[in-house]
Ligand binder design. Structure first.
Ligand SMILES: Nc1ncnc2c1ncn2[C@@H]1O[C@H](COP(=O)(O)OP(=O)(O)OP(=O)(O)O)[C@@H](O)[C@H]1O
Ligand SMILES: Nc1ccn([C@@H]2O[C@H](COP(=O)(O)O)[C@@H](O)[C@H]2O)c(=O)n1
Length: 226
C-alpha cells in the first residue's frame, strides 16, 4: 500500500512526464502517467472507427476499454488489450484527438476511478502521479502537490528540440492549441490552494528534478518532526 503520493500537474511540455519519472526513480517510488490513459482511449476509439468528437460513442466504448499501464519508471509500458500502444499513443494523430476525449465528463470520471485504483494498489513506498487534474481532482489530499510550469516559449523550444519530422512552428502551434482546449476543462495553469508552483523556465532538467525532491523532502521532514 502506497504511503505517499506526489501529485503533479502542468501544461503540455512543462516536463511533467520526464521530471516525474526521474523523481520517482530517485525516490524508489512508482510513477503514474495519467495522460497515457487519455491517449490510449483516443487510440482505441480511432481504431474502432469511432468519431472522437462523438461523446456518446466514446462513452459507449468505455466498458470494453481494457487498459493496463506499468508504474515502474524504468519499465514503462501501456497496453490496450493485447496491443502494446506505448509508442503509438505519442503519434500526432492521437495527440490531435485526445483533448476531445478528455472533455467528456463520463470519461474523466471513469479514468479518475482507474487512477485511484492504481494508486491504492501500488506496492512502492510512494507514487508520483502526473497529469492535469491530479492536484485538484484525482488526488486532492496528496501530501505533496506541485504545479510544474515553464514559459510557453521555453516549453515550445524544449518540444521542438525533440526529434520530430514536424517543424518547430507546427509543434509549437499544436502544443498551444491543445493547452487552450484542455484549459477549458481543468485549470492547470494556476495553482490551487496548498499547491506548490515550480517554475522551471530558468532551470535545467536536473535542477528541476532536484527542486521537486526538495519539496518532497520538506513535506517528509515536517511529517516526521511535526
Ligand atoms: N527543466 C528542463 N530543462 C530542459 N528540458 C526539460 C526540462 N524539463 C523537461 N525538459 C524536456 O522538455 C521536453 C518535454 O518534457 P515532457 O515530455 O516531460 O513534458 P510533459 O509536461 O509531460 O508534456 P506533455 O503533457 O505534452 O506530455 C522533454 O524533452 C524533456 O526532456
Ligand atoms: N490528468 C489528465 C491527463 C491528461 N489529460 C488529457 O490527456 C492529454 C494527454 O496528456 P499528456 O500529459 O500525455 O500530454 C492532455 O492533452 C489532456 O487532454 C487530462 O485531461 N487529464
Amino acid at each position: 500500500m502506497t504511503e505517499l503520493v506526489l501529485a503533479m500537474d502542468g501544461p503540455a511540455g512543462s516536463g511533467k512526464s520526464s521530471v516525474s519519472k526521474a523523481a520517482a526513480r530517485r525516490l524508489g517510488w512508482a510513477y503514474l502517467d495519467t495522460g497515457a490513459a487519455y491517449r490510449a482511449l483516443g487510440w482505441y476509439v480511432v481504431q474502432r472507427g469511432v468519431d472522437p468528437t462523438d461523446a456518446a460513442a466514446v462513452i459507449d466504448s468505455l466498458p470494453d476499454f481494457d487498459y493496463r499501464v506499468g508504474t515502474d519508471p524504468d519499465g514503462y509500458h501501456v497496453f490496450v488489450g493485447e496491443h502494446d500502444v506505448t509508442t503509438a499513443i505519442r503519434e500526432p494523430e492521437v495527440t490531435a484527438v485526445v483533448s476531445a476525449i478528455a472533455r467528456v465528463p463520463e470519461v474523466r470520471t471513469f479514468l479518475t476511478g482507474l487512477f485511484r485504483d492504481i494508486v491504492r494498489h501500488s506496492e512502492k513506498p510512494g507514487i508520483v502521479v502526473e497529469g492535469r487534474d491530479i492536484t485538484t481532482v484525482v488526488c486532492p489530499d496528496a501530501p505533496v502537490r506541485i504545479l510544474l510550469t515553464a514559459d510557453e516559449a521555453v516549453r515550445m523550444a524544449r518540444r521542438a528540440a525533440e526529434l520530430t519530422e514536424h517543424s518547430a512552428a507546427h509543434v509549437g502551434e499544436a502544443l498551444r492549441r491543445r493547452d487552450a482546449a484542455d484549459a477549458r476543462v481543468v485549470d492547470f495553469m494556476n495553482a490551487a490552494e496548498g499547491v506548490t508552483t515550480l517554475d522551471s523556465t530558468d532551470l535545467d532538467f536536473d535542477q528541476t528534478v532536484d527542486a521537486v525532491l526538495a519539496v518532497v523532502q520538506n513535506v517528509v521532514q515536517k511529517e516526521t518532526h511535526g
